[in-house]
Ligand binder design. Structure first.
Ligand SMILES: Nc1ncnc2c1ncn2[C@@H]1O[C@H](COP(=O)(O)OP(=O)(O)O)[C@@H](O)[C@H]1O
Ligand SMILES: [Mg+2]
Length: 174
């Protein structure tokens, strides 16, 4: 295997990462170095883990955040938004009632969406999520798994599970 040229790199996004890393490794450096499974022990650790995910979430992305109420989905978004310089941690709050919060950063527009109160596909259509999707948008959706269409279209899924009072098991797929 050694000495062989890397496989062709398709996307400009991947090319950018490869340019930043050593040559002839053939893989996207930043992405492979991100942990896909962690257990955090405090909200602060979850925020910190969220901020490590930025390289996996380069736009455009549709991301489902799965987990019970209080699992830490919104807390994780604080870290993601901070890493994209789109919002300060304390400015990211739950969109439970407003349904969609937008945070604009230099590299991406983040849309934090909570579908807890949305029950039917028809109500979902009314929200117009398709209009939010663009080359530089990242949709971070809580309770999106209620809708088969979103399960099909998602690029990344992040699942959070309680592990004791302050423990949260977080896994990233996609
Ligand atoms: N390790 C942890 N990670 C994230 N949140 C934690 C953790 N431990 C305790 N918590 C608490 O759990 C709650 C998570 O709330 P939130 O992020 O709004 O959850 P969700 O959006 O999934 O409903 C917060 O009150 C937070 O302080
Ligand atoms: Mg939430």
């Amino acid at each position: 295997m050694w000495g062989q040229p890397p496989p062709a790199v398709e996307s400009s996004e991947a090319r950018r990462h490869c340019d930043a890393g050593p040559r002839y490794t053939g893989r996207v450096q930043n992405e492979t170095s991100v942990a896909r499974e962690v257990t955090t022990h405090s909200p602060e650790e979850t925020v910190a883990f969220g901020s490590t995910l930025a390289s996996l979430l380069a736009p455009p992305k549709l991301v489902l955040l799965r987990g019970d109420l209080g699992a830490g989905k919104t807390t994780l978004v604080k870290g993601i938004a901070a890493a994209f310089e789109a919002a300060a941690e304390e400015d990211v709050t739950s969109p439970t009632f407003t349904l969609v919060h937008e945070y604009r950063g230099p590299r991406a527009n983040l849309f934090h969406i909570d579908l807890y109160r949305i029950d039917t596909p028809r109500e979902l259509e009314t929200l117009g999520l398709d209009d939010l999707r663009s080359d530089n948008s990242i949709l971070l959706i809580e309770w999106g798994e209620k809708f088969p269409r979103l399960l099909r279209e998602r690029d990344v899924e992040i699942a959070l599970e309680r592990a004791g009072e302050n423990g949260r098991r977080i896994s990233v797929v996609g």
